[in-house]
Ligand binder design. Structure first.
Ligand SMILES: CC(C)(COP(=O)(O)OP(=O)(O)OC[C@H]1O[C@@H](n2cnc3c(N)ncnc32)[C@H](O)[C@@H]1OP(=O)(O)O)[C@@H](O)C(=O)NCCC(=O)NCCS
Length: 147
């Protein structure tokens, strides 16, 4: 991964995520749930989520919203459907948990992630910071419809 937004994703997967999972009781820790897809005993894709806390989102959708904090497929396995499959599994888990939407914050240059979200029914919106929309990131809202 050498795209400009990928450094933050690498840091998330290799540092922040293991740390958060290993130390769930650390002061200020938020509950994070991670899932992975293994192929021939190799971890090919990983994702993590936590409850959404943005008041602007909760005001619109209520308390049952997840924030998808990362979704990443190993670069050797890109474009084989693993990202879509893993996010689909999380969407099904959300449905079963009564979650009404999954949000994510996406770098606007990340055309792969934006296309995947759109494919799954996600809708993008601007993130308002103070008074202006964030020029670099957008929020994707993925509605979860009951079965
Ligand atoms: C985004 C990412 C997770 C997609 O994973 P993937 O396993 O390659 O995705 P899939 O094979 O399931 O592709 C599903 C859809 O995503 C879109 N997509 C995936 N890669 C794409 C690319 N390089 N360009 C454009 N669209 C792309 C397509 O719509 C694709 O459907 P299609 O193959 O039927 O056209 C992967 O590119 C990745 O790990 N990127 C780096 C990490 C990252 O930026 N994560 C998002 C921020 S947390």
């Amino acid at each position: 991964m050498d795209a400009p937004w990928s450094f933050g994703v690498e840091e998330m997967v290799h540092d922040y995520l293991p740390d958060a999972l290993e130390n769930p009781d650390a002061p200020g820790a938020v509950p994070i749930t991670a899932s992975g897809l293994w192929v021939a005993r190799k971890l090919v894709a990983v994702t993590a989520r936590r409850p959404e806390r943005d008041p602007a989102v909760l005001h619109r959708f209520g308390p049952h919203v997840w924030l998808n904090i990362v979704l990443a497929t190993h670069v050797d396995y890109w474009r084989r459907g693993y990202g879509r499959r893993l996010k689909g599994i999380v969407m099904q888990e959300a449905r079963e948990a009564g979650v009404v939407a999954i949000t994510s914050v996406v770098d606007r240059r990340n055309s792969a992630m934006r296309a995947l979200n759109r494919q799954l029914g996600g809708v993008e919106e601007a993130i308002i910071t103070d008074v202006e929309p964030d020029p670099d990131f957008c929020r994707c809202i993925l509605p979860i419809r009951p079965d």
